[in-house]
Design a binder for this molecule. Sequence first.
Ligand code: FES
Ligand SMILES: [Fe+2]
Length: 410
Amino acid sequence: MMTTMLKSFVPHMVPPQNLNFPNKHRHSSRIFVVSSLCNPNLARLVEQFNPKLPLEKAMTPPTSWYTDPAFFQLELDRVFYRGWQVVGSTEQIKKPLDFFTGRLGNVEFVVCQDENGKLHAFHNVCRHHASLLASGSGRKSCFVCPYHGWTYGLNGALLKANRIAGIQDFNVNEFGLKPINVATWGPFVLLNLDRENLLPEEFDSHNVAKEWLGSSSEILSTNGVHSSLSYLCRREYTIECNWKVFCDNYLDGGYHVPYAHKGLASGLNLDSYSITMFERVSIQSCQGSSGKSLENYDRVGTNAIYAFIYPNFMINRYGPWMDTNLVVPIGPNKCQAVFDYYLEHSLVDDKDFIERSLEDSERVQIEDIVLCEGVQKGLESPAYSVGRYAPTVEQAMHHFHCLLSENMRK
Ligand code: FES
Ligand SMILES: [Fe+2]
């Protein structure tokens, strides 16, 4: 949720044209079929947005980027199956034997901490007949397939394959779970589905931060985005809109706040707004409104920052709170927004404050969901094809679209 109004644009912007997206061909991939733009219709769709036009003259991406199943499939291949992607919180795998499962595009994954405390991620697919192996989250000493009972260790090794007497040309060591590269930065768990096996130094959180956050990583750390906060809870929302509609709403520079979130707008000093853009990150920030009610002031604090990390992750740090929004693409017109809430440790027992803050946050999310679902319907109607940007407030949205355009072309 973008909550504030733009005052000034800080010209700290790295042109998206200079970016180096992880090259899919640098390492061979045994998992994914590389999409190509041989399909002339798809190539034409990608070309329909012109990232070279300045914001003042630019058109938004066409509706097909938000509705076309073929475009959505290409996005999975080019955007989500490459580079580091956030999939969860370190809270979910805090102790040995903790695990959680999830899905990104067509990729079913399980992340776990083995009995020695080592972090792993695997494709959550049994090597026998492809049943999904683990479900949900929790603690397990091994993964037992619900179909025929093949059993895997938390390090991925196949420990037991029932009733396979007589099988030939079968090497149990070759039938472990297929690994996925996994790393952490702060309280976030990231997967990299693109590469075979990374070199050990590439898992180093410094290197992950460099690739994932670029030059913004230090700013985020110094503004309180770190793992010393206490994890509080998760809220999930299934939204009937393309994942980018949610991102666009977040990135409109607070344009919609005075109209759509009247309650929230009163707690913010909308004149103090600023936007800074980095390679693949944009950070919007705003002061809390000191003249307003103590309740709002407490929740929002004196300074709020809202960081968007391409392609689908948002970190909101305000007052004693941090919440993160992960927008998981489900289909061309459906996504899931996963909100994780973190709080300064000294306040975790203040039940009234927590309840009030979460209620306020929930109200804003519901307001945003109504907006996003309305936009998706509008995008699907024949009346609309492309829109325009408000140049003084929607720079971060344009930056996002330019990044996506660059990413989709190679
Ligand atoms: S599919 Fe897992 S044991 Fe058969
Ligand atoms: Fe909003």
